[in-house]
Design a protein around this ligand. Sequence first.
Ligand SMILES: Cc1cc2nc3c(=O)[nH]c(=O)nc-3n(C[C@H](O)[C@H](O)[C@H](O)COP(=O)(O)OP(=O)(O)OC[C@H]3O[C@@H](n4cnc5c(N)ncnc54)[C@H](O)[C@@H]3O)c2cc1C
Length: 291
Amino acid sequence: MEFLQPGSWAEALGLKAERPEALPIAGGTDVMVELNFDARRPAELLDLTRVPELADWSCEDGLVRLGAGVSYTRLITELAGPLPGLALAARTVGSPQIRNRGTVGGNLGAASPAGDCHPPLLAAGAVIEVASVRGTRTIPADDFYTGVKRNALEPDELIAAVLIPAAAGPQQFSKIGTRNAMVIAVASFAVALDPGREAVGTGIGSAAPTPRRAIAAERFLAGTLDEAGLWESRGGLPESVVTEFGALAAAAANPVDDVRGTAAYRRHGLAVMARRTLTWAWHSYQAEGGA
Ligand SMILES: Cc1cc2nc3c(=O)[nH]c(=O)nc-3n(C[C@H](O)[C@H](O)[C@H](O)COP(=O)(O)OP(=O)(O)OC[C@H]3O[C@@H](n4cnc5c(N)ncnc54)[C@H](O)[C@@H]3O)c2cc1C
């Protein structure tokens, strides 16, 4: 196996263009498992850990540009303020060792429906910045996941960064697993409230072939909050609204029965997580307003 080690972004893109079959490796927490189990035997590995451009983040005009190679540990310690939903999800990933190595870029590259970054990225309206020697393009997270463990990258492209609006309101994330740590999600859910735009974002994980939004739930909640004047008053959420939001979130899923859980359990869990995360987020919104 050839091990390619570019020292710059331009060199990495050049190598990927020359050898589109080369498998990128960032933290290696997915790739090394596949190699160890002989699930994959690529002729070439393209090591991205020496590309300085991938290891940086910046925040300008309310938009965080998170380099694909920033570890979960750094995300949690440095970006929990502007990216609370993603930081909550990152805290649930693996163990400290996995969080030290693993990256959001790797989660997107693997595109597992169970990946923990996807629901908060969808809820926040994130956009994936990808590049090749042909140029750079952006793909909304909504369009990035194309099938089970498949994404919208062309063979010569690499993920450069994720562009995520800094939180304009409360964000929450919840994950059900078979134990408390080191666990692949049986189902997960993220919600983001944007009171300034009177908008609601959601993301569902591990309950459909790809991560996806619960669009009907978003529209229902944003519309109801608007009609009832609740964005302004920050009054209590009627129980019926919370229940309907949960039901619509569960209805957006298309889960399967597998070793980790049944489709029925996943749907039930999603309704519960959607109700809980909305309630937590709304309480934060009320508290911020001094209610
Ligand atoms: C013990 C253990 C526990 C885990 N727990 C969790 C968990 O709780 N939640 C969770 O979501 N995941 C979990 N994972 C999976 C893994 O840690 C995550 O998916 C992580 O985000 C992968 O990041 P990485 O940098 O290690 O990716 P890598 O393994 O280096 O790469 C993953 C994929 O992305 C591609 N890739 C990487 N970077 C780029 C790039 N810049 N451009 C294009 N493609 C790229 C690679 O080619 C590969 O296909 C766990 C893994 C292990 C081994």
